[in-house]
Design a protein around this ligand. Structure first.
Ligand code: CAO
Length: 456
């Protein structure tokens, strides 16, 4: 048998001991690179551990319910011929019983380069069948993108249920946030959903979660046989759409949103942006890069916007990680640009290009989408004059940006053509007052109108 390579859990952010909820392959299955091997589900997200290359699964090292962390071995895979040709093993195996996730740059074991470019270790077939854990290695790093971080405004209230139970609940129109889980670690089972429905039918109303009074008492979702009215086609939502949909619905229902609109005069900024673009032909500098810079300046001036609500406290962040909504064919994802305050315009432009490409190639890891302080959703490349972005909880504000347009502006003596950029700031009214929001957008417009302000 050819040498076997390990598939391990990639970087999954801060999550640890995440339970396996689905085995997607069995020994003997042929898998493609990036195909899911198992599904993990944390409180925040469901994610698949991908195969790092094309191959045949020779051994599954996990079972349902196992708790995995970054670096845990999931399976041993025999690479297919093309993959097997690529590795150039180094003959110094270093077995270890407690494998830490080894950084790709300094592997302490024989390393083969998987098709993704991420290193994976070849394991001799004999070692693979031995019970002892094999060498420590890094793995291919792709996990499917996971939309908005589901960390709730009310931590601990995030429904903990498998995708099958979620689907079941959705079909019955049950809001899982209302259901108490009776399984291990408060997990919601199918039986819990059934009991919830029975209780609702018997009592004429849905039972409340502890504390009561939190339900919306909505009438059921309309059930319509659309086919009665014409031809239809049913298309399942993507995983990202399901996750982002659940998060958007919760955020919209639980956060009192208000949207403050303003215009920034970016006539001079646009001239500078064009000049910068001409000088740096290999880097695409869009207005969004300036908006990230201006947003950081505004967050510094108005710290309550760089905060999260936790019970009766406001957690003020001393760092500036900005989430950027990216439209992908599978749905909306929000990767985070870290330490945006420490990066220049060109560095931000390059990073924006990289994360957008990674998002569209489905290569974002959950870690890429964690830790955001404030988000920007730009539809400026498409069009529109304003919209209401939905706050990405547990953040307290989000900036929507629409397409700039040349408009006549009265300068006191005459109308002057000026390039105006529409800004739409949605904010959590529990944390931010209308006056503060108006000051925030006015300051943003002020900075964008005169970029020298960024230096202050
Ligand atoms: N006004 C006028 N033109 C704008 C503009 C604005 N506000 N913003 C961008 N543009 C221009 C850019 O300069 C670029 O022009 P060129 O092709 O001539 O260089 C063009 O529009 C396309 O820009 P872009 O969209 O590729 O780049 P970006 O940096 O503005 O945005 C990204 C990157 C990833 C945010 C964007 O591609 C995207 O996915 N936007 C959608 C986000 C979304 O869906 N939000 C909704 C969330 S709520 O459902």
């Amino acid at each position: 048998m050819a040498e076997l390579l390990e598939a391990r859990v990639p970087d999954i952010g801060d999550d640890k001991d995440v339970p396996v909820i689905e085995l997607l392959v069995q020994p003997g299955d042929t898998v493609k690179k990036d195909q899911g091997l198992v599904t993990l589900e944390s409180d925040k997200a469901t994610m698949e551990v991908p195969s790092p290359f094309d191959g045949i699964v020779r051994e599954l090292r996990v079972k349902l319910g196992d708790a995995l962390s970054e670096g845990s071995v999931v399976a041993l895979i025999e690479p297919l011929a093309a993959e097997a040709a690529a590795p150039t093993p180094t003959p110094t195996p270093t077995p270890t019983a407690a494998p830490p996730p080894a950084p790709p740059a300094a592997p302490a074991v024989p390393v083969a380069v998987a098709a993704s470019g991420a290193p994976a270790a070849p394991v001799p077939a004999a070692a693979a069948s031995a019970p002892a854990p094999v060498a420590a290695v890094a793995v291919a790093t792709r996990t499917p993108p996971v939309a908005f971080d589901a960390q709730s405004l009310l931590p601990g209230k995030v429904p903990h249920a498998s995708p099958a139970v979620r689907l079941f609940a959705r079909e019955l129109g049950v809001d899982l946030a209302q259901v108490a889980g009776s399984a291990r670690a408060g997990r919601i089972s199918k039986e819990d959903v059934q009991a919830f429905v029975k209780s609702a039918l018997a009592g004429g109303g849905a039972p409340r979660t502890a504390g009561g009074g939190g339900g919306l008492d909505l009438i059921p979702w309309p059930k319509v046989d659309f086919a009665k009215f014409g031809a239809v086609e049913s298309r399942p939502l993507t995983r990202i759409q399901k996750l982002s949909g659940a998060n958007l619905a919760r955020n919209w229902a639980m956060i009192p949103h208000v949207t403050q609109n303003d215009d920034a005069d970016i006539t001079e900024m646009e001239a500078f942006r064009k000049k910068l673009g001409e000088e740096n032909k290999d880097t695409k500098v869009t207005p969004l890069v300036f908006l990230i810079k201006a947003a950081v300046a505004a967050l510094k001036k108005f710290p309550n916007f760089n905060a999260s609500l936790e019970g009766d406290s406001l957690v003020l962040k001393q760092y500036f990680h900005v989430g950027i909504a990216v439209d992908t064919p599978d749905g909306l994802v929000v990767p985070v640009i870290r330490d945006a305050d420490r990066k220049g315009l060109l560095e931000l432009a390059r990073e924006l290009g990289e994360i957008s490409a990674k998002a569209r190639d489905k290569k974002l890891s959950p870690a890429d989408m964690q830790g955001g302080c404030f988000s920007i959703s730009s539809l400026g490349g498409i069009g529109g004059t304003g919209f209401t972005p939905i706050i990405n909880a547990p953040e307290v504000a989000i900036l929507g940006v629409s397409r700039s347009a040349m408009k006549p502006v009265w300068n006191g003596q005459a109308f002057e053509p000026r390039l105006l950029l529409p800004l739409s700031l949605s904010y959590d009214h529990r944390v931010i007052d209308g006056a503060a929001a108006a000051r925030f957008t006015a300051y943003l417009a002020h900075v964008l109108g005169d970029l020298r302000r960024l230096l202050l």
